[in-house]
Ligand binder design. Structure first.
Ligand code: HMG
Ligand code: MG
Length: 299
């Protein structure tokens, strides 16, 4: 299969990138990050997470973030909503799109959202129903698609089952998360092969973490299979609070550099994106995990 002509980037830095930071980050810093990402040409930004502040303290200012945004017409600002409580709060803040997040691993589901996979799916049903009523689109995540920190290997058939359940429930897109970054191009392709038998390829997104340095190789492999939506995080920020050892998401700058090299359009200004990566890592005192970002900053 040929590469897609265009790829849509889903920037998860303000949410997935920052959620794991133990030192509180000022709401204004988050707002400036979101604004800079929009100015760099990112068209979809996951801005906040309406989860319990006891579980993920860094996302406790979700209301302030969602209502403080300097909105750009061309940008979709989304938020995670694990249940109806989260969705209602997000709707009050004028969210345009939300995401529910499940897992292909029972143990991870319990650690992350305190319920089984089946219970999580049942919990998402009313979220989708209420979102539909409110005219808000819902994205679905499946975590641990290429391995689980508690269970180890995950069967592609299990990933397909959960992905199909989310899609059938009404998620317009299902993002496949290699939460702990243990996948390789071959396992990524096999998993995608299984999932795309049940969910159309154009409804799937790749959400890869770079813990083992495989994220760009894995992306290349799934782009070749027809994936045209990629989740990434500026400067490779990130990690999951309930996946020990999960390092950052694949860096947005590295993804854009790869896509530029393949002649795939993104509409993103790589220099502005890299400058944003430099700025946020310096501001919060974290290493810049984007090789492209570091190389461009050194020029
Ligand atoms: P629970 O304790 O089972 O929920 O948590 P509960 O319904 O029993 O409520 C307990 C308390 O939480 C109550 O407060 C509720 O009001 C409150 P209390 O009475 O104790 O003061 N509560 C909430 N507060 C704010 N917003 C809400 C909310 N819901 C309940 N929406 C729950 C269940 C899902 C809430 C909890 O487990 C949770 O918040 N988990 C979030 C975990 C998380 O955010 N993980 C990171 C994101 S997932 C990820 O990173 C993976 C991904 O990137 C893909 C990949 O990389 O693979 C998406
Ligand atoms: Mg993630």
């Amino acid at each position: 299969m040929a590469f897609p002509k265009q790829v849509r980037l889903v920037e998860v830095g303000p949410r997935d990138g920052l959620q794991n930071e133990s030192t509180p980050i000022a709401t204004d810093t988050k707002l400036e990050l979101i604004d800079r990402l929009g100015a760099a040409g990112i068209r979809y930004i996951e801005a906040a997470s309406f989860v319990s502040p006891k579980w993920v303290p860094q996302m406790a200012d979700h209301r302030e973030v969602m209502t403080g945004l300097k909105r750009r017409d061309c940008v979709t600002y989304a938020a995670l909503t694990p249940n109806l409580k989260g969705l209602e709060a997000a709707l009050e803040c004028g969210v345009e799109e939300v995401a529910v997040f499940g897992a292909a691993s029972e143990a991870f589901s319990q650690k992350n959202i305190n319920c089984s996979v089946a219970e999580s799916l049942a919990r998402f049903e009313p979220v989708l129903e209420r979102a539909r009523e409110a005219g808000v689109r819902v994205r679905g995540y499946v975590s641990c698609v290429l391995g689980c920190p508690y269970e180890g290997e995950i069967a592609p058939a299990k990933v397909a089952e959960v992905s199909k359940a989310l899609y059938d429930m009404g998620c317009y897109e299902v993002s496949l998360g290699d939460t702990i970054g243990t996948g390789t191009p071959l396992t990524a392709k096999r998993m995608l092969e299984a999932v795309s038998r049940d969910v159309p390829m154009e409804k799937l997104a790749a959400h890869f973490h770079d813990t083992y340095g495989q994220a760009i190789a894995n992306l290349y492999a799934v782009l070749e299979e027809g994936i045209a939506v990629v989740d990434s995080s500026v400067a490779g920020l990130g990690g999951c609070p309930y996946a020990k050892g999960a390092s950052g998401n694949v860096a947005s700058e590295d993804v854009v550099y790869l896509l530029n090299g393949l002649g795939i359009e993104t509409g993103i200004d790589l220099d502005a994106l890299a400058a944003t990566g430099t700025w946020i890592t310096q501001t919060i005192g974290r290493p810049n995990r984007s090789k492209v970002g570091v190389a461009l900053a050194a020029k």
